[in-house]
Design a protein around this ligand. Sequence first.
Ligand code: BTN
Length: 326
Amino acid sequence: MKKEILRALRETDGFVSGQELCSRLGVSRTAVWKNIRSLQDEGYEIEAVTNRGYRLAGVPDIVAEEEVGSRLETSRMGRQIRCFSRIDSTNQYAKKAAEDGAADGMLVIADEQTAGKGRRGRSWVTPPGETIAFTLLLRPKLSPDRVSMVTLVMGLAVAKAVNTLYPLKAGIKWPNDVVINGKKLCGILTEMSAEVMHVNHIVIGVGINANMTSFPEELSRIATSLKLELGRDVSRAELIAQVMAEFERLYEKFEEDGDLRAVSEEYNALCLNAESMVRVLDPNGEYTGTSHGINALGELLVETESGQVRNVYAGEVSVRGVYGYV
Ligand code: BTN
């Protein structure tokens, strides 16, 4: 019920009467009041004025179910939310929940991860109160070789959400790092459970450096946060809700076609490796070339000096800029 109360309070700048809340939610005044008190205990500033009602005056930066849920405008992504103040890894939790039958679209969010996982077996730092760490569970009708495309869709959703909410220019380093001013803002780790021809479920884990102001020594040259770029804190719940909205829109197109043909233009417009020189770290031999962005399968098209265009498949190789990370 707290989610609905917050949603109602958010919809108006002024006061919402107690009576209106009661009839909208179909509950008693006492129930409304109890929930308002509980929200105030969680840090929400809710003014209560006799004969006028309630007004939302301040919102804490928490990643609680009602805070994210009351901002969601999606019909599928994040309709079921699990929030943890501390957990080992949201991907780990989502995988276990998926095996136990959790629904498509379930969103798992943590304020802190004690064993956050990055790609290539690396760890992912998630200190409390500062970062965004969430995992979305999907049960797509896809063959396993198409799963990496979903990760590109999520990268695009994050970049779009950042650019919509803030005066920043986030771009994508192929395949799915979100980057601002040459530094990494967000990483994505997708894991799947699959048979040879069929995917049981996938979990897409997203880590966004939201309000961090410092990084471990080895990351400080290549990582940034929204707070460092904007000079102010951001609402983590607002950004999560915006990512869900963008992802739902893009994923619908992807599902319809089974590939990225309908979203590749949007992706390439934000792809920092498009129309630039790249170094392809292929285990069979490193080479450089001009990247022309992705095709409908999410492969990066790299034109070598001899004029040959090579399709680089995510997962096989890494790509760097000629002069550095991007
Ligand atoms: C990368 O190495 O770039 C990917 C990092 C992915 C981190 C996120 S945080 C939420 C989710 N849970 C995890 O354990 N990892 C992902």
